[in-house]
Design a protein around this ligand. Structure first.
Ligand SMILES: Cc1cc2nc3c(=O)[nH]c(=O)nc-3n(C[C@H](O)[C@H](O)[C@H](O)COP(=O)(O)O)c2cc1C
Length: 203
């Protein structure tokens, strides 16, 4: 099994609920699959080139405008290949302003590529990344359920983007209520960590 860890958090793991969930999941997964090939992309430490004025035309097939753009396109290609090679993708992310940190969106903009992970057919768009599984490890300050559920635009966004490229097997491990601090936040993280250990048994 090829596993890709996608870390979308500038914090160290000791200070991050989403990274603690991811760590617990990976520990349990590694114990079950000692032969798993694991790669990591740390979106706040590894380069993820943004789609800018020069990258945009190159993204649509124009020759790179200069050496720097060619280098960025090569890096984007390597990130896409890394994703394509994974059977299981584990994404750890905080909720920021009801959505994703910008580097996670930058990664999404790198791996959703027409002709690679999706294509347009006469019958409509078709996902080409079918068969991959994704585990989302999400922490948020608030609790979004019932009347406030719609404020969470992070989970629906990720599920829409993943679904568009054919990935429908998406597990969610979440530690909400971190904003309350103290024992409540610790209990939420501990519950999600325990759930992560159990969830790993399904892989
Ligand atoms: C820039 C920023 C924006 C945030 N926006 C939200 C938000 O919209 N809703 C929310 O519930 N929590 C929000 N939070 C709180 C985080 O989601 C919370 O601290 C969570 O524990 C972060 O995950 P982590 O512990 O893995 O870093 C925000 C935190 C930061 C730093």
């Amino acid at each position: 099994m090829n596993v890709l860890r996608v870390l979308a958090n500038p914090k160290p793991v000791e200070k991050s609920a989403s990274l603690k969930i991811e760590q617990a999941f990976m520990e349990a997964l590694r114990a079950r699959h000692p032969d798993a090939q694991v790669e990591t992309i740390d979106l706040y430490r590894d380069e993820v080139p943004l789609i800018d004025e020069k990258v945009l035309p190159a993204h649509f097939g124009a020759p790179p405008a200069d050496e720097e753009t060619a280098r960025k396109m090569a890096r984007r290609g390597a990130i896409l290949q890394q994703f394509m090679g994974a059977d299981l993708v584990v994404i750890a992310t905080p909720m920021w302003n009801f959505n994703a940190p910008p580097m996670l969106k930058a990664w999404i903009d790198t791996v959703l590529v027409a002709g690679k992970t999706f294509r347009y057919t006469a019958a409509g768009p078709e996902g080409l990344a079918k068969g991959k599984k994704v585990v989302l490890c999400i922490a948020s300050g608030g609790v979004y359920e019932g009347a406030t559920a719609a404020l969470d635009t992070l989970t629906p966004m990720l599920k829409t983007q993943l679904g568009f490229i054919g990935i429908t097997d998406v597990a969610e491990l979440r530690a909400p209520g971190q904003g309350s601090g103290g024992d409540k936040a610790k209990a939420s993280t501990a519950a999600a960590v325990a759930q992560a250990r159990t969830a790993a048994a399904a892989f």
